[in-house]
Ligand binder design. Sequence first.
Ligand code: ZN
Ligand code: ZN
Length: 274
Amino acid sequence: MVELKQLKAAQPELASAVDMQLALVEMQRRVQGRVPLPWIQADPEWVRTQQSAGRPLVRSADVPLEWSDFRLTFRQTADILHRFEALDRADYQQLVALGRDGNALEPLVKQWYERTSGVEAQDDARSRTAGDAPASLDQVLVLALRPFLARCAEALAQRTDFSAWTHGHCPFCGWEPDFAVITPTADRRLICGRCLGQWAFPALVCPFCSNDERSLITSFATRDGRYRVYACDVCRRYLKAYDGRHAARPVIVAVDSIATLPLDAAAMQRGYVG
Ligand SMILES: [Zn+2]
Ligand SMILES: [Zn+2]
């Protein structure tokens, strides 16, 4: 919170993005404080099978979803995005109606999670579309599920070995990385865009298409050396990272993802996509 306010003072052009982030983080913290740490049954043999098949560990039944709390979180997320003009009116109204209808929302969330996590063996074709729902539904679901999924990642990270995980997608929930951190020992850890779980991944391999040809990875840093972009010249996607090698504090995704909005513009100007 303090860091976000400092960022706003230092870079007033980011004020609106910072304010939206503050509202989201405040709401998510409140919810996460109420969500119990789940007990996730993770038999070592099953963990090994899932990991070697590239499948994540959090099944939809593991997510400690209390539905009335989730509906509230869903609606408040939509409210915040709409207030900061990240969600247009028609989509917003459709989502609010969906959030009120518990009978529609529950199966939709479960199906969406199962489809987008790839946690079940039969789920080969991952698809993020949810029928005729607006595309912004993805964005709202990712943010509204975060406090619940983050608790799952927290519970598993404490007692599961992820060192054998070599994939670009999240070992907890199967989503894509949205940010990364370079550790003081120069290793890269990816950070999930949905559950905020972290895992090690080689710095010069593209997590989106597995391209490992060094000459086809473009990397550039901000002038102060705080942040870095890794862009892939095969699939044209990029990932931002916080360079923790000479940093005074650890990565704070909520802050660093906003502080690096100018880097997104730079990457897109070079023809890369987020
Ligand atoms: Zn995840
Ligand atoms: Zn790639």
